[in-house]
Write a protein that binds this ligand. Structure first.
Ligand code: HEM
Length: 448
């Protein structure tokens, strides 16, 4: 890591502008290779990119004390999604994080487990019936349907199974507009066509949210674990009324936070399984052995070590949430580097996951590096869910969905993905596989 006190290199303006327009994530990776762990961007306001795991950790631990969410990206997100848990700060954030944590605690996830598995089972039935020589399934679309149906029934507490496709279409359109627009919106000049479309999409999401909130208030369930039941319980316990506007912001925020991320993590994992058939086979045999020898799930995580190592490596190499943005609210020092009040910082999680000091041959897909769990240097640098007080709230839910899906699919099928080795990435809110990726499930010849 660069020694404190040495001059921080600055990115060149021309390559910065063309780079972030083309593919921001690839541009920042190139910048990291050329200029190192800490780089200043050519914005008028001081803006830095951190790509070193230890510097990032020391920095992120200050979230919600000296660090806030008033940076250029979160300001734009706040305009679109409101002041929900992703963009709020201070007391509002703390109350919402505490209230919602009931929905995401490991004990709640265990209660969701049956429902999660039945949703995965339904999807697998549909995938299974797709004819091998007929139209192949579109991987990203199927993983989005899966993630959305699980999010809806468990976190939002409503059944959206009949409306999955129109909602996905709407979210995709919104994501495209958001990903291709400037982070800073100017308040003068005519509103562009795409901004009007985005406003219309948000309006429709809000209408759906309002209907759900009204229904949930009417049929309040004191023991419900979904987000609305938890907020209503907070109201009853504390007497503090949470306005519907804030509940709507939270609804939009959780939908966005859980849906794009988990569906992309699943898509990348399927792509990697298809690219690494020897690992797919090892994992299938491990799952067979689990089924044959164990009825109790105690110690299952350790026994399914190939599967868990594979999922970790897939999260490392794909890093669906590739960057995290913060505003610096008070002068701070992290690893000896000074960040002054008013500056913006982007923590580049993709670069961190490809840091050669922490990951040998970082661009190589090698689940073996995780076979002994997250040990040594890897444990210091592996952070697909972020770090510090604002670490992902949905980590247990996401891991439960991914592990259950891989386990249930590979216990019966091999995953086949067309042109798996040629698939590139693109930024669509999160880091996603580019273009429609086709896949099918092929019945295993020798399952247990
Ligand atoms: C593989 C899937 C997922 C990945 C890779 C992921 C990654 C992340 C990361 C890196 C952050 C921190 C961002 C920052 O520091 O600004 C984050 C925050 C968050 N995630 Fe996730 N996430 C995933 C799934 C989920 C799910 C299923 C939910 C559930 C709805 C969720 C809810 C949240 C929330 C609410 C936050 C904001 C936490 C706060 O600011 O207090 N995530 N996620």
């Amino acid at each position: 890591m660069k020694k404190p006190g040495t001059k921080i290199p600055t990115a060149r303006l021309i390559s910065f502008i063309s780079g972030i327009r083309k593919d921001p994530q690839k541009y920042f990776y190139k910048l990291f290779k050329e200029k190192g762990d800490l780089v200043r961007l050519p914005y008028p306001k001081k803006t830095y990119v951190i790509s070193h795991p230890l510097l990032a950790k020391e920095f992120l631990i200050r979230a919600n004390r000296e660090l806030g969410k008033k940076d250029i990206i979160n300001n734009r997100m706040r305009n679109v999604f409101g002041n929900g848990i992703i963009t709020s700060e201070g007391e509002v954030w703390l109350r919402n994080r505490k209230t919602l944590s009931g929905s995401f605690h490991q004990s709640s996830i265990e209660k969701y487990e049956l429902n999660i598995k039945s949703q995965i089972g339904l999807r697998i039935k549909e995938w299974e019936s797709a004819p091998e020589n007929g139209t192949m399934l579109i991987l990203q679309h199927e993983m989005k349907r899966l993630a959305l149906s699980i999010m809806a029934s468990n976190i939002i507490g409503t059944d959206l199974s009949n409306q999955l496709d129109p909602i996905i279409l709407m979210l995709e359109k919104g994501a495209r507009i958001l990903s291709h627009s400037l982070p800073v919106k100017f308040t003068f000049g005519p509103v562009s066509k795409s901004e009007k479309q985005l406003a219309e999409i948000l309006n429709q999401i809000e209408l759906a949210g309002k209907r759900i909130i009204a229904g949930k208030r009417k049929n309040y369930q004191a023991d419900g674990l979904d987000m609305f039941s938890l907020f209503f319980r907070h109201e009853k316990e504390t007497g503090e009324i949470i306005p519907d506007g804030l509940l709507l912001d939270e609804f939009k925020s959780l939908l966005i936070a859980g849906y794009f991320t988990t569906s992309n993590a699943l898509s990348w994992t399927f792509i990697e399984l298809a690219k690494n058939p020897e690992w797919m086979q090892k994992i299938s045999h491990e799952i067979d052995s689990e089924k044959k020898h164990h009825t109790d799930s105690t110690g299952k995580n350790q026994r399914l070590s190939f599967m868990n190592a594979f999922i970790h490596e897939s999260l490392r190499t794909s890093t669906p949430v590739w960057s995290a943005w913060y505003s610096v609210d008070a002068d701070i020092q992290a690893n000896g580097h000074k960040f002054s009040r008013g500056s913006n910082v982007m923590v580049d999680l993709f670069n961190i996951h490809h840091h050669p000091e922490f990951f040998k041959s970082p661009e190589q897909f090698d689940p073996g590096r995780f076979l002994n769990g997250e040990t040594g240097k890897i444990s210091e640098a592996f952070m697909p869910f972020g770090h510090g007080p604002r670490k992902c709230l949905g980590v247990n839910l996401a891991m439960s969905i991914i592990t259950s899906t891989v386990e249930m699919v590979l216990s019966q099928f091999d995953v086949v993905v067309s042109d798996a080795h040629k698939i590139d990435s693109t930024i669509m809110v999160t880091r996603s596989p580019k273009g429609p990726v086709k896949f099918i499930l092929r019945k295993r010849t020798n399952p247990a």
